[in-house]
Design a protein around this ligand. Structure first.
Ligand code: ADP
Ligand code: MG
Length: 699
């Protein structure tokens, strides 16, 4: 398009009145700030404040700025008031407006590099002006550059409260935003939803008091508590925000209890038979968690339970016991894993456990085609347990009596996939498993619609994994270590660098890594595993590794989750600085599965970014997945942390799960009380914080 055509296209085509256009452009800007309703204005809180309640004599301000004397510290903004005694445009070094402002104590220069005619008029000699800004040493002595100013009458009263500075967006002036907010404040107080007794006991103001205070704090307000957002007014607002979140999620939780689901009330003979078969005893944590799940399955409404436990805690067995309860009760169970390798491993393990007990276990994956697929689909209709990838939820897959769905590594699946699986059964029970532990406060807030079980104990006899960090330059030493391990009859993983941007490059790197390792370690039997291998090839490689016919397995992150080969005791991760914390912890969890001493070597290339350095330090210092997750949350914030589970979920704006952990607990209790005893107040709270955003929470 040429310039003229573009200009024509940009010109308004219809005869829309310009006013309406302008106001909708403004509405668009408010929308960008998340403001569409009156309540949104009230809940749009200042980032910080400026103190315009006092005027400092010019002489005092100058001395303070230049010599650091007096109460005004250098770098802070001050408010001055005086008469304009000189105002002129200078052209050297460039066009600018130089104004002199004087009060009884002295005079100061105000410098404006950009200015409009109306500003020039306001700054005419003789006008009385109030201005706010920082004093800095300039070429011609101390001056203020671009102060905020307004013309006043000599006796115009000073404001009694601090001036709020709001978060805003390009093209929306502070003054316009502040005026809208003030109008909303005078138009509509917000109703209180918490009882006077509670507030008194918690030493919190009402929400309305808190909002008035935060929009316009008095001059003598505790500046530090305000800035740290720990003032009672801030705490009251944050409590309300957390309360809205809890109410919304707990509401969904309660609503689910009104939906019917099959009661899986079997006696437990099948599960007991499985336990008898095992060469080991259940850990105490496994027994406790199994009891929690078993009770859920007996209930007439669908379970939605998150089972979290560190890598190696034994979640698969817990799931298998739940499957037993479904099958013994005459229903079917499905077990879904995020990758084909993992699904396959689960299939082998689960069929090994369950087929001897007479349970039919069927394997379903996307790579099955034609006749084989038709046979599997037919078997899946009635089999006791169906294991597979997301092929389990595709079109054309039907189950006659599906009552339980187990989702392994649930954070790898999107909300959509989980919903699709749920729709395959009427209202099946769901067990979601995750080895990426969710820190307690996060679980209590963003996962409040789920029940959570935690395996907080590893099976006995596990030797902690030793983690070492090595600069890329020390590769030779690492190879020597690999040789030694293999000579001692052990097996090794070599994880290729992650290349997020391109799968093709990732594959290329894997092939290259395999090639040079084969050359460098000719005496070893070296295998290669990556995402592009055909399913049967992957299966074959994995089987060889399990059987000990491969010494060193070069692999991409396809082996990240679930893979379980007890004789593999050393893992080398290349370019460890490119991996996320959860991923490193998962990968490292592939070793240390037997009773021998295991180690993980993290090779990294310099220079390291500060976050990469922080991540490597955390993974080096910690073996406990919960602690790693906690620190990860601090490093990344909840938005990235919860990832696909609730993408699009409105995040908390004010409350911080780390510093306001106590408020999360309070909000949880209060939410139950409101939902049970004062449902209309629960609605009010939810409505004002979430409004239409709420639908997203229900996914
Ligand atoms: P994860 O929780 O990471 O999914 P797995 O279910 O893969 O862990 O279990 C890791 C290994 O521990 C498996 O080989 C499993 O058979 C074994 N295991 C599970 N429970 C116990 C137990 N109570 N005692 C000993 N080994 C166990
Ligand atoms: Mg697992």
């Amino acid at each position: 398009m040429n310039t003229r055509a573009r200009a024509a296209a940009a010109a308004p085509r219809s005869g829309k009145p310009p006013r309406e256009k302008k106001s909708s452009a403004l509405a668009e800007k408010f929308k960008r700030l998340g403001i569409t309703r009156q309540e949104d204005l009230l809940l749009h809180l200042p980032l910080r404040y400026e103190d315009e309640t006092r005027v400092t004599p010019i002489k005092t301000a100058l001395e303070a700025a230049l010599f650091g004397k007096g109460e005004e510290e250098g770098g802070d903004s001050v408010q001055l008031q005086g008469a304009i005694i000189d105002s002129q445009i200078q052209f050297r070094p460039r066009r600018q407006l130089i104004v002199r402002l004087a009060d009884a104590s002295g005079a100061i220069t105000l410098r404006f590099l950009n200015f409009y005619p109306n500003q020039m008029a306001a700054l005419a000699v003789g006008n009385q002006v109030r201005c706010v800004g920082e004093i800095r040493p300039g070429y011609f002595g101390a001056e203020m550059v671009h102060p905020r100013f307004r013309v006043v009458l000599p006796d115009t009263p000073l404001p009694e409260s601090l001036t709020p500075i709001y978060p805003t967006t390009a093209g929306l002036a502070q003054s316009v935003l502040a005026a809208r907010i003030d109008k909303a404040i005078s138009a509509m107080p917000l109703a209180e939803t918490l009882s006077a007794e509670f507030l008194a006991q918690a030493r919190l103001p009402t929400l309305w008091q808190a909002l008035l205070f935060l929009h316009h704090p008095p001059a003598d307000a505790d500046a530090r508590a305000l800035a740290a957002r720990q003032h009672p007014a801030w705490r009251r607002v944050k409590l309300d925000e957390l309360l809205a979140q809890q109410i919304s999620l707990r509401h969904a939780y309660r609503a689910r209890r009104k939906v019917g689901a099959p009661c899986l009330a079997a006696e437990g003979k099948l599960a007991a038979a499985l336990v008898r078969q095992l060469p080991f005893a259940l850990t105490r944590a496994q027994r406790r968690v199994c009891a929690e799940i078993s009770a859920d399955l007996r209930a007439p409404y669908p379970m939605q339970r998150l089972l979290q436990g560190d890598v190696g805690a034994g979640k698969t067995l817990v799931a298998a016991l739940a499957v037993c309860q479904a099958v013994e009760s005459g229903w079917q169970a499905a077990f879904m894993a995020p990758t084909e390798i993992l699904a396959e491993q689960h299939y082998l393990k689960l069929s090994g456990w369950l087929e001897p007990l007479g349970v039919e276990v069927v394997w379903l994956t996307g790579s099955q085609k034609g006749r084989a697929r038709a046979t599997q689909l037919a078997a899946a209709r009635t089999a006791g347990l169906i294991v597979g990838t997301h092929a389990l939820i595709q079109e054309g897959v039907d189950y006659e009596r599906l009552a339980l769905i187990v989702i392994d590594e649930q954070h790898r699946f999107g909300v959509q996939q989980r919903l699709a699986l749920r729709q395959k059964g009427q209202a099946p029970h769901q067990l979601m498993m995750s080895a990426t532990p969710i820190p307690r406060t996060l679980a209590m807030s963003y996962c409040a619609d789920l029940d959570v079980s935690t395996l907080d104990e590893l099976p006995p006899g596990r030797v902690p994994i030793r983690t070492r960090l090595a600069r890329d330059g020390r590769r030779e030493e690492v190879m020597a270590h690999v040789r030694k391990k293999v000579a001692a009859g052990q097996q090794v993983y070599w994880v290729c660098p992650l290349i997020e941007e391109s799968e093709t490059l990732q594959l290329k790197t894997a092939l290259e890594t395999h090639a040079w390792l084969t050359e460098a370690l000719p005496e070893l039997r070296i295998g290669l595993m990556h995402g592009r291998l055909k399913s049967a090839e992957k299966q074959a490689v994995m089987a060889e590794f399990v059987a000990g016919k491969i010494d060193l397995l070069v692999a991409t992150t396809v082996i990240e989750v679930g893979v379980d080969v007890p004789n593999a005791n050393l893992m080398v991760i290349e370019h460890a600085e490119r991996f996320g914390l959860a991923q490193l912890h998962q990968l490292r969890g592939r070793v240390g599965r037997g009773a021998q001493e295991s180690s993980c070597v993290l090779l990294y290339a310099e220079p390291l970014s500060p976050t990469a350095r922080a991540r490597l330090k955390i993974i080096f210092e910690n073996n406990d997945g919960f602690e790693i997750a906690r620190q990860d949350l601090q490093l990344r914030g909840p938005g990235e942390f919860i990832g696909s589970r609730q993408s699009g979920l409105p995040l908390l704006r004010y409350a911080d799960l780390e510093t306001d952990a106590d408020l999360v607990e309070t909000a949880r209790t209060l939410a139950e009380t409101l939902l049970t005893r004062f449902p209309e107040k629960a609605d009010q709270t939810r409505e004002r914080w979430l409004g239409e955003k709420e639908a997203l929470l229900k996914a």
